[in-house]
Design a protein around this ligand. Structure first.
Ligand SMILES: Nc1ncnc2c1ncn2[C@@H]1O[C@H](COP(=O)(O)OP(=O)(O)OP(=O)(O)O)[C@@H](O)[C@H]1O
Ligand SMILES: [Mg+2]
Length: 442
């Protein structure tokens, strides 16, 4: 053997075991092996990180390790679903914490779901392998709505496409009454805000939904909706007016709860179902740029906003907050607890912690958001999934809103921009009052 070849021969002696493990992981990730199924790779991860229970039997000098066992493999669309049983004594949290590593190993998004009611399996991992488009046009997105019954029962807003399909959020549902949108400047927060406001116009009428716009970036975020959009009851653009707006909302919330008490109903949903003739609309408060409420002079406005998010769900008041630099000071722990649904665009580590959670396993997921793809975000609600928000440009939104307002004035709603939208005819006149009054029953 020549000198040269012996000098390049790998010399394993002298390498620490952790370096060997790293080398093994590197080889697995970059070379892979055709026989290495997803399930095998997942098991390798668990073995590497000791995601198991350990029992040492008496008289034996080794510990027995029990890992989650695969009980079923299925396909759901493009995605693989693997169901597992967990050995007694292993904390499911420990399994969940390994997800980020698994995603890294598989180079795919993986969703974890606990299967409380399934006697055969304890949790499932869904490996999302569908394609996520880099840009999505609004017209594609708008053509899909929840079915008529679902639509009228809830208050559905579209967020974008994930690998499992269109992600929409029902603000009327008891566990997702508010939404937080965060991320660095230019990420796409205002575009998503406009998409939500336009869609609410298309899907709902004034009997069902009213908008309060708190557009603190000089009123620029929502200006493209046109003049006097039909659902809008109130707009402010001066941060100094935010406190008053929150006070007015608190009054409405208080009045509504008094009314529900009088009529022996728990909340707006029950009241509207029992007394359809007295039906009250839901109110969506959209705050574009919470960062404008930074500083001591706005601390009361912030406190009041937190209070509104805490007590408004049952009264049918929903808050959508957009914020480019969410800090712990701006988004208090209480507010965060009140807002369970989050859309995080590309953001730094500090923002990611505020938006997605203090646990490293939560905010680490933010690193999956590709900063070079506009409109790419992470949607966190019951799980965390990558999202592409559809793009709606100024021209499209203006014509969409103009067509819509025109159709309303004529007394009929026509499908706009190729979209098939099931919207009921709105019988209201276009005029609207400032503020909101509740008609008390006689
Ligand atoms: N979903 C999207 N698809 C494609 N491009 C997008 C998308 N969203 C935003 N963009 C591009 O990024 C630009 C900035 O978007 P947007 O104004 O929504 O950012 P922002 O997060 O509100 O920023 P800021 O914090 O400065 O207000 C848009 O003008 C558009 O060019
Ligand atoms: Mg913006």
């Amino acid at each position: 053997m020549s000198e040269k070849s012996s000098s390049v021969k790998p010399d394993l002696i002298g390498l620490t075991s952790s370096t060997l493990v790293k080398l093994g992981r590197f080889a697995l990730r970059h070379i892979g092996s055709p026989n290495n199924s997803y399930a095998n790779k997942i098991m390798l991860n668990w073995k590497r990180n000791d995601i198991c229970t350990e029992t040492k039997e008496r008289g034996k000098d080794y510990t027995e390790k029990k890992y989650p066992t695969l009980v079923e493999k299925t396909m759901k669309g493009h995605n693989r679903v693997l169901r597992y049983k967990i050995p007694t004594g292993l904390n499911p949290q420990k399994v969940m914490k390994s997800l980020y590593d698994i995603e890294f190993d598989l180079k795919s998004e993986v969703l974890f779901k606990r299967l409380e009611n399934d006697p055969k399996a304890h949790f499932s991992l869904t490996i999302l392998s569908g394609k996520l488009l880099d840009i999505i046009n609004y017209s594609n997105e708008a053509s899909i709505t929840p079915d008529g019954k679902e639509l009228s029962k809830g208050l559905w807003i579209p967020l974008g496409w994930s690998r499992r399909g269109l992600e929409q959020l029902n603000l009327a549902s008891s566990n997702s009454p508010h939404l937080m949108i965060g991320g660095a400047t230019g990420g796409g927060k205002s575009i998503l805000g406009r998409l939500i406001l336009a869609t609410l116009h298309i899907r709902y009428n004034r009997d069902e939904c009213r908008l309060w716009l708190c557009d603190l970036k000089h009123g620029n975020g929502t200006a493209r909706l046109g003049k006097n959009p039909l659902l809008v009851d109130r707009t402010i653009s001066d941060p100094g007016e935010a406190e008053q707006m929150m006070d007015d909302l608190s009054v409405i919330i208080g009045e509504r709860y008094n009314l529900f008490k009088e009529y022996e109903c728990d909340d707006l949903q029950a009241f509207n179902e029992e007394y359809p003739r007295l039906r009250l609309p839901r109110i969506v408060v959209y705050v574009d740029e919470l960062t404008k409420l930074e500083g001591k002079e706005f601390s009361r406005a912030r406190e009041k906003m937190t209070k509104v998010t805490g007590e408004s769900r049952g009264a049918g008041v929903h808050v959508i907050i957009s914020c480019h630099r969410p800090t712990a000071n701006l988004v208090s722990g209480t507010m965060k607890n009140n807002i369970s649904a989050v859309v995080a665009f590309n953001c730094n580590a500090v923002s990611a912690r505020v938006l997605l959670g203090e646990d490293p396993e939560d905010y680490k997921a933010a690193s999956m958001i590709d900063p070079d793809i506009e409109g790419r975000a992470l949607f966190k609600f019951k799980d965390e999934v990558l999202l592409q928000v559809p793009y709606i440009d100024n021209h499209a939104i203006k014509s969409l809103m103009a067509n819509y307002q025109k159709a309303i004035i004529k007394g009929k709603v026509e499908p706009v921009i190729q979209a098939v939208i099931s919207t009921r005819v709105v019988e209201h006149s276009v005029g609207h009052s400032l503020g909101h009054t509740i008609e008390h029953p006689q």
